[in-house]
Design a protein around this ligand. Structure first.
Ligand SMILES: C[S@@+](CC[C@H](N)C(=O)[O-])C[C@H]1O[C@@H](n2cnc3c(N)ncnc32)[C@H](O)[C@@H]1O
Length: 434
């Protein structure tokens, strides 16, 4: 009988494409509906791709014990097949060992050069038999190395988080990054009913968690603009900004528009929200969201936040491009796409954007600077440097807006593993003077 395994087949092709192009995983997974008609296959294919990506460092460490040459020197399809098989053996209780090995060998026969089916068969059998007995890097001798393998994160991130957050918070954070989060949505209209099979979630009212998102995007309620997909903590910068109906508000880095549409909704769609972004491609997604939600007060603008001139605005949101290290649960590929050397360039760009955004604020107006990074250089570091050179800027503590909330002190700071949802940093700054 002809071998058919559409979910694993597609997962393998997507993993190869992801590695070859370096494109974000979200982009590789986009349009799965057209490729796999059966929702169960779609769910399984997505689970495999996300799982292999999430557990890659641990899987590669296990595989390296059973392969004679380094995994990097294997043919790309062979490498991904080994990872796909090993992920099922190490992390999927419901897939029997025989099925994980057999399906991987069959896929190898179809997609890989001669010799690979035999290699896959031999290595995966050894993984099934002996992986549990492999000693992890010693926790006492090499804590960061141990945690990096155990929780499948890059060592440099583990080291900096141990320094920054300490051991208990870092372990909780690493664990949280490896849980698949539910889909979070914001009720986008007054009086919107929560979606079926959802539960209220997060620190702000009007946010819900959905366990099964498979049919959500096709539902009439989503298409008619009842809901906007948005992480539960991503709503905090807008809540900290406190926009009012009738005001002129700039969202300087707005695409794809979770916060811009939240701004307009919070302003009862009265006034003006200028939703700017450097990327015309990403603004197209914002336009789709705006039209679906039928928000009239949102104006789109292609603009670089380092040189934008229009204004003055009553309020400005600067949700700056960042390393996104607070979003690793939702975006498992991000951990492999970042390097420590990128932080200095990000922080310099963030500083330039903050200076420009502040200049577009009217005296007395309020700016919120936010990121989804957990790194001090991109957060408190950027704010402190800006305050040092800007006498007219006054920091307003977040605890005044969110009294009694553990994640609000001088700044808003949520930390995965301590709070549900993404990591979010936000600072509220007022422009003083005439
Ligand atoms: C964190 S995302 C914004 C998310 C958005 N606020 C939301 O809630 O959906 C950062 C955005 O900054 C944009 N960006 C990057 N560099 C920029 C620049 N120099 N000027 C304006 N936008 C920029 C990116 O295209 C990206 O859409």
């Amino acid at each position: 009988m002809k071998f058919r395994d559409p979910a694993r087949d597609l997962a393998l092709r997507l993993l190869c494409r992801f590695e070859a192009t370096g494109a974000p995983l979200d982009q590789c997974l986009h349009g799965l509906e057209g490729l796999l008609p059966d929702p169960r296959d779609r769910r399984f294919a997505r689970h495999l791709v996300l799982g292999v990506t999430r557990w890659r460092a641990q899987i590669d460490w296990v595989l390296s014990a059973f392969t004679r040459r380094p995994l990097e020197s294997c043919a790309p399809a062979a490498r991904q097949l080994l990872r796909l098989g090993a992920f099922q053996l190490l992390h999927l209780d419901k897939v029997p060992v025989r099925a994980a090995v057999h399906t991987s060998v069959e896929l190898a026969k179809r997609h890989a050069p001669p010799g690979v089916p035999e290699l896959v068969n031999a290595v995966l059998r050894q993984v099934a038999a002996s992986a549990a007995a492999l000693p992890l890097p010693d926790r006492r001798a090499d804590l960061a190395g141990h945690l990096a393998v155990c929780h499948s994160h890059p060592r440099w991130l583990v080291e900096r988080w141990l320094d920054r957050w300490g051991l208990p918070a870092t372990e909780a954070l690493l664990r949280a990054d490896n849980q698949q989060p539910p889909l979070y949505v914001r009720l986008a209209r007054p009086g919107a009913e929560p979606p079926p099979a959802s539960a209220p979630a997060g620190p702000l009212p009007g946010f819900c968690a959905l366990e099964d998102s498979e049919s959500f995007f096709q539902s009439p309620a989503f298409r008619c603009g009842e809901y906007q997909v948005q992480d539960i903590n991503a709503g905090l910068p807008v809540a900290l900004l406190q926009p009012r109906p009738g005001e002129r508000v700039l969202d300087a880095c707005s695409a794809p528009g979770g916060k811009a549409t939240q701004l307009a909704a919070q302003m009862q769609d009265q006034g003006l929200v200028v939703a700017a972004d450097r990327s015309a491609r990403r603004l197209r997604r914002l336009r789709e969201n705006r039209d679906r939600l039928d928000l009239r007060s949102l104006r789109l603008l292609v603009e670089d936040a380092r040189i934008g001139q229009s204004g003055p605005f009553d309020r400005v949101l600067l949700d700056a491009p960042c390393s996104a290290t607070g979003t690793l649960a939702r975006h498992p590929d991000v951990r492999w796409r970042k390097e420590p050397g990128q932080l200095a360039a990000l922080s310099a760009a963030q500083h330039a954007m903050l200076c420009r955004a502040f200049a577009r604020l009217r005296p007395g107006g309020v700016l919120v600077y936010s990121t989804c990074s957990l790194e001090a250089e991109e957060n408190a570091g950027v704010v402190a440097r800006f305050l040092r050179i800007t006498p007219a800027a006054r920091l307003e503590p977040a605890a005044r807006i969110f009294p009694g909330r553990p994640w609000a002190a001088t700044y808003v700071q949520t930390l995965p593993g301590r709070e549900p949802g993404d990591g979010c940093f936000a600072a509220r700054i007022r422009r003083e003077g005439p």
